[in-house]
Design a protein around this ligand. Sequence first.
Ligand SMILES: [Zn+2]
Ligand SMILES: [Zn+2]
Length: 270
Amino acid sequence: MLIDSHAHLDMEDFDADRTAVIRRAKDTGIDTIITVGIDLKSSLAALALSEANEGVYATVGIHPHNAEGWNENDLEHLAKLACNTRKVVAWGEIGLDFNRNYAPQEKQISLFKAQLSVARSLGLPVVIHDRDAHKTVLEILKRYGGGDAGGVIHCFSGDIDLATSFIKLGYFISIPGTVTYKKAPTVKAVAALMPLERLILETDAPFLSPVPFRGKRNEPSFVKYTALEVARLKGISFERLADSTTQNTINLFRIDSYKNHAHETERNNP
Ligand SMILES: [Zn+2]
Ligand SMILES: [Zn+2]
């Protein structure tokens, strides 16, 4: 059993076959998918998908690409949603993207800090997006970290030193499909050398399809190709890698407590 810890199931790429995509994941042994919000609208859509589909969980938050055109009301709105359902398992994705710079860097930074503070006050883990902003993300997390609930650096794209620094701060490292690419020595080294206890897996679907689907639309069932490559790099069995990354994801997002809670409710309702 595997978990896809980061997908964007609400995106229009899945409009034609969303139900089939979720079923295909289940048939492949991926019975838990975390679908991630990037703004108010997609967070609402993520939440709706999580409520309509067993095994689908949501995060809410505003991506750094959208660091212009938000206001405090949006954060309050999302915070209320997050409080009202156990299906919201984290705040994100939030962070900095100095690669595409769709929003000015100062605005990205102030939105990032504001959302770390909301996540901390709600006791939720954070899903961090860091593209070409390694030093600043690390510095901000050191000073204004999300809190005891921890978090994950999703689609990790740094080197061993950076991974080690995030792990020291208590964060998990999430390995995407890029680890299957031939010319990806840095992410392969991170997957091979970072401790199993701190690694989780993701697709970032519909983006970044692993080999053998590179260039095509990505979907949660493809996380198994990423898992196979990470197991190979670590020289361990697929089962051991799957067990460990699944347990790490369950612990980080406290998914078990939701499941247990749901069962209790069922038991108490005659
Ligand atoms: Zn991202
Ligand atoms: Zn994403």
